[in-house]
Design a binder for this molecule. Structure first.
Ligand code: ATR
Length: 277
């Protein structure tokens, strides 16, 4: 029996390294592989899950939304996000869950003891990753979310997506032109892919920011984007996306095998990942 991360491209995925470490440690006698697939293959892969030929799937870009139409049952939170990253057979139904948002909040809580309730969060980007994170932030009862994105239409879509589900939520659209977070902001998250290429750096005005502000870039390769280096240099606590990647993987692993991973499992795999690139 095998598990796969499927997407296009998946060449650089660290998921096999992460899951195979835990699979071996807990002597599960399985293998986790990466598979680059075309969209047309998605239905047959889901059939393989149904027929117990595949134990579990992680779905990565660009299929997190497309896969939903082939799944029997989607978790409440994944339905709210409109995207899935974890698939397995639950009872006799192919079940889909999204562990990205919880991966993010767990990683930040562990690293900084950050308490989300009543905090103001400034989010850059309105793609799939932003949806997963925002859905979890709402559950954590944050005070306010500011959202900005290069393509205005996608920001408007995101705001209306969450507002139709939760009228109470304090979600404010911010123009992309001059990124100047207000002084009430406690946490800034870059959820865009901008920064993956060398020397790319967004310009953010930090003049109003409190000293206790935390900056997170969900990119983990490069280990430090130019933006993360900038915030670090200015003295702010910062975190890249590796811990989020490992935490979301641990939640998938728990769902597949009903094994709760501890901090040692997480830290061991983090060291291995860090040394691998
Ligand atoms: P994911 O599912 O990982 O979030 P995505 O849905 O493709 O990926 O979203 C990528 C995000 O990165 C979007 O917010 C995108 O902005 P647009 O909506 O304007 O495309 C953002 N992004 C990608 N390249 C960017 C760039 N060069 N400058 C600013 N934002 C960028």
């Amino acid at each position: 029996m095998t598990l796969f991360v499927i997407g296009k491209p998946v060449k650089h995925s660290l998921s096999p390294l992460i899951h195979n470490y835990w699979i071996n440690k807990y002597e599960l006698g399985l293998e986790y592989k990466k598979m680059e697939v075309e969209k047309e293959l998605l239905p047959s892969l889901i059939e393989n899950v149904r027929d117990r030929k595949i134990t579990g799937l992680n779905i990565t870009l660009p299929y997190k939304k497309d896969i939903i139409s082939y799944i029997d049952e989607v978790s409440y939170s994944a339905k709210d996000i409109g995207a899935i990253n974890t698939v397995f057979l639950r009872g006799n139904k192919v079940y889909g869950e999204n562990t990205d948002g919880i991966g993010f909040t767990r990683a930040l809580e562990k690293k900084t003891k950050f308490n989300f309730s009543n905090k103001s969060i400034y989010i850059i980007g309105a793609g799939g990753a932003a949806y997963g994170i925002i859905s979890e932030l709402i559950k954590k009862k944050v005070e306010k979310i500011y959202i900005t994105n290069r393509t205005k239409q996608k920001t408007i879509q995101l705001v209306s997506f969450f507002k139709t589900r939760n009228k109470e939520i304090n979600l404010e659209f911010v123009e992309w032109k001059n990124l100047t977070p207000n002084s009430d902001v406690d946490l800034i998250i870059n959820t865009t892919s901008f920064g993956m290429k060398d020397n790319e750096c967004l310009k953010i005005d930090i003049n109003n920011l409190k000293d206790t502000l935390i900056f997170v870039d969900i990119i983990y390769n490069p280990k430090e984007t130019e933006l993360l280096k900038f915030f670090k240099k200015e003295g702010f606590v910062s975190m890249n996306g590796l811990s989020m990647l490992i935490e979301q993987a641990s939640v998938s692993f728990e769902l597949w095998f009903n094994i709760s991973l501890n901090n040692k499992d997480i830290e061991e795999v983090k060291k291995i990942c860090e040394a691998s690139y």
